[in-house]
Design a binder for this molecule. Structure first.
Ligand code: APR
Length: 395
């Protein structure tokens, strides 16, 4: 047992000199009235402890050594990922499907005021109009100047710069993304028909699952060039992976760069060779087992939400990931971003829509970034391509 301390004014002055703004008082400590006066005078808060300390992830000796050596190196400053002031404002964004994902995208997009108009469509009578009205009501507070309209008729999407498709059935517990293929294929086909006629130069972002398969279906059904049909998955999966790595390493998510490629499902490929914590390789912070656990956590992330919700799947993180893609399209963010696109020889793959790093711009895909992958990562990408093609009956 440690002895009770008597905290005098000299302790408080010492803490202040060391730049502290709080002083932890442990059970049994005696604090003199002069110490309290000094704390008040110097602006130091006396906090009743013990203050809960984060528990370190259990790890092997090599990793612990790496971490402690790292702490002696110069301070890491996370790169600024802010919005560029040169970003373009869209004329019109349309969102097909006003369910959980569609409503959250509309909400974020309206708040960011990144488009003159947002059109929301849903087959459920009144749902899209209600969402639009609800968002418009908020504009008295948010001061967003975006005009938001909603309807059951797909004609509302006419003249869009971007059409985001979330329409379809969401996963129920125990249901895989593949189970949804036949149900959601019909929704994609009917939506594609209207997009082709009403917004022939739009960029289409598909969110409906199974993602890679539905993006491929959208590409075929619209007949649009691959540059204008993108699938939103890798952006979301990468976010889940980053968060998982940050938790395991006990750092901020802003300190982690990490991507997942491949399919939006079991054949997802977390790319360890291009993932970094504070600019350094993952192995400097985490053991092989910990990295493996983070990969599994990212792969099962969507399923974890489904299991907890019982009805429906994730809505908030997918909406943020969609906004991230919009920000890359309008030039608000730079660099490549993982999206699902039709491959034309990149990574040695053809005739398959797959999550890969891509540069985006106002006309959609600029180019796929063919990053150097390790042999096992390339193999994972090839396996994902094969599985998607098999599910679509192409192999
Ligand atoms: N036209 C317009 N809206 C449609 C159509 C259609 N043909 N078919 C279905 N919808 C609407 C539904 O009425 C529903 O409101 O699509 C909406 C889907 O919303 P949710 O069921 O809440 O699903 P959500 O959680 O938003 O997920 C949407 O994204 O992540 C994926 O797997 C997920 O495929 C699902 C999609």
């Amino acid at each position: 047992m440690s002895e009770n301390r008597v905290i005098g004014s000299e302790h408080i002055e010492d803490a202040r000199q060391r730049g502290r703004l709080i002083f932890e008082i442990l059970p049994g400590d005696i604090v003199t009235s002069l110490a309290r006066e000094t704390a008040h005078r110097l602006g130091i808060e006396l906090i009743t402890g013990p203050i809960e300390k984060p528990t370190l992830a259990r790890t092997d000796g090599k990793t612990s050594m790496g971490r402690s050596l790292y702490r002696r190196s110069p301070k890491w400053i996370a790169p600024d990922k802010g919005i560029s002031s040169r970003a373009k404002r869209f004329s019109k964004i349309s969102i097909v499907g006003a369910g959980g994902v569609g409503a959250n995208i509309s909400h974020l997009a309206a708040n960011l005021d990144l488009s003159n108009e947002i059109a929301i469509v849903d087959i459920v009578p009144g749902l899209a109009a209600a969402t639009a009205l609800d968002l418009n009501h908020a504009s008295g507070i948010t001061r967003s100047s975006t005009k938001i309209v909603g309807s059951e008729t797909l004609d509302l999407i006419s003249g869009s710069d971007v059409v985001i498709v979330t329409a379809g059935r969401a996963r129920s517990p125990g249901m895989t993304r593949s189970d949804l293929i036949n149900i959601n294929k019909r929704v994609i086909q009917s939506t594609a028909e209207v997009i082709k006629n009403q917004s022939p130069s739009a960029i289409v972002i598909v969110i409906t699952n199974p993602l890679d398969e539905m993006t491929m279906e959208m590409l075929t059904a619209t007949g649009f060039p691959r540059e204008r049909v993108l699938g939103m998955a890798g952006t979301l999966d990468s976010s889940r992976f980053r968060r998982s790595l940050a938790m395991a390493a006990g750092v901020k998510t802003a300190d982690v760069e990490a991507i997942t490629l491949g399919s939006h499902g079991d054949e997802m490929a977390p790319i360890i060779s291009h993932s970094k914590i504070k600019g350094r390789s993952l192995e400097r912070f985490l053991s092989t087992e910990e990295i493996e656990a983070c990969s599994k956590d990212a792969i099962s992330g969507g399923g974890q939400v489904v299991a907890l919700k019982k009805m429906g799947s994730a809505t908030i993180a997918p909406a943020h990931a969609s906004i991230e893609i919009l920000n890359h399209i309008r030039g608000a963010k730079n660099g490549s971003i993982p999206v699902s696109v039709m491959l034309e020889g990149e990574f040695g793959l053809n005739n398959v829509v797959l999550g890969v790093p891509a540069f985006l711009g106002l006309k959609g895909l600029i180019s796929v970034e063919e990053i150097k992958l390790s042999p096992s990562e390339l193999k994972a990408l090839q396996n994902a391509a094969k599985a998607i093609q098999e599910r679509l009956g192409l192999k």
